[in-house]
Design a protein around this ligand. Structure first.
Ligand SMILES: Nc1ncnc2c1ncn2[C@@H]1O[C@H](COP(=O)(O)OP(=O)(O)OP(=O)(O)O)[C@@H](O)[C@H]1O
Ligand SMILES: [Mg+2]
Length: 263
């Protein structure tokens, strides 16, 4: 099982879209995929037609064992989605209260990582969506994943936010035993606007080793897919946006293959 996460302390940069589109593309390849919604706003949960205010079980349940591994996961925790190879662990609004808890030495930062051990055989990929807040939930996502995608809007203000995120990751990497590989993913790229073109240039110059192998263009089809509750590749696999995410997925799968040969 491979675990990828999507995070950025900045809101509205395409995190949830990145998670859901990659999940769809991996599932189209025949992989069994779990989407884990760690954002109390529950955008991913709402995407698939569930109401984060009305759920009996959610990722919130995982945090009710004082940081220890629960003996089993609650039944009905995994929900179906419009794609038969994708399951969802939804978020609930109650998760907002978790952000006030400290990430102390009591294992609160490793809850997700430990809970996912129960699902090791069931899924090929887990994709974690996280809130735009550096708190318990994002720390859990960062601790659980092997690979991290950091979407960043191609505009100047977003680059400031990116610096903050990269500082956070440098700090996190000092505490991890295995280095977290992260990929900066330029999003909302519009080659007709100077701001977009120039900020992409700045990102490439500043982060030549971290920039992902794809640039995600502005594409209105993402919104159409979300209103219908289907993964973007199911709505139309040939749009510019989906093709860019497919290129990203292939580059990540290639990196994984190379790592298997040369650990
Ligand atoms: N490449 C894109 N082109 C056009 N629209 C996009 C693109 N990516 C995302 N969107 C749209 O922009 C909005 C915000 O995207 P998304 O929800 O993925 O961002 P987010 O980073 O998860 O936001 P939040 O921080 O609120 O969780 C959504 O309506 C989504 O459909
Ligand atoms: Mg989101």
């Amino acid at each position: 099982m491979h675990i990828w996460a999507v995070a950025n302390q900045k809101g509205g940069v395409g995190k949830t879209t990145t998670g859901v589109t990659l999940a769809g593309l991996l599932a189209d390849q025949g992989f069994d995929v779990l989407l884990l919604d760690l954002d109390p706003h529950g955008s991913l949960t709402s995407y698939f037609g569930y109401d984060p205010d009305q759920l009996e079980h959610s990722a919130y349940d995982l945090f009710q064992h004082e940081g220890k591994v629960p003996a089993s996961l609650p039944p009905n925790l995994l929900l179906n989605t419009s794609h038969d190879r994708i399951n969802l662990i939804p978020a609930s609004t109650a998760m907002a209260t978790l952000e006030r808890r400290a990430v102390g030495s009591d294992g609160m930062g490793l809850v997700v990582s430990r809970a996912l051990t129960h699902l090791w055989d069931r899924f090929d990929y887990v994709l974690i969506d996280s809130p735009p807040v550096l708190g318990v939930l994002m720390v859990n996502a960062l601790a659980a994943c092997e690979r991290l995608l950091v979407p960043v809007q191609t505009e100047f203000l977003a680059i400031k936010g990116l610096e903050r995120m990269v500082r956070t990751l440098t700090m996190i990497n000092r505490a991890r035993s295995r280095k977290l590989d992260y990929y900066i993913l330029p999003t909302f790229f519009d080659r007709r606007t100077q701001a977009s073109v120039q900020s992409l240039r700045v990102i490439k110059q500043r982060y030549p080793d971290e920039i992902a192998q794809a640039v995600i263009p502005v594409d209105t089809k993402f919104r159409n897919a979300s209103t219908r509750g289907v993964v973007p590749s199911a709505l139309d696999p040939s749009t510019h946006g989906v093709r860019a995410y497919a290129m990203l997925m292939r580059s990540l799968l290639q990196i994984e293959r190379e790592e298997q040969v040369q650990p």
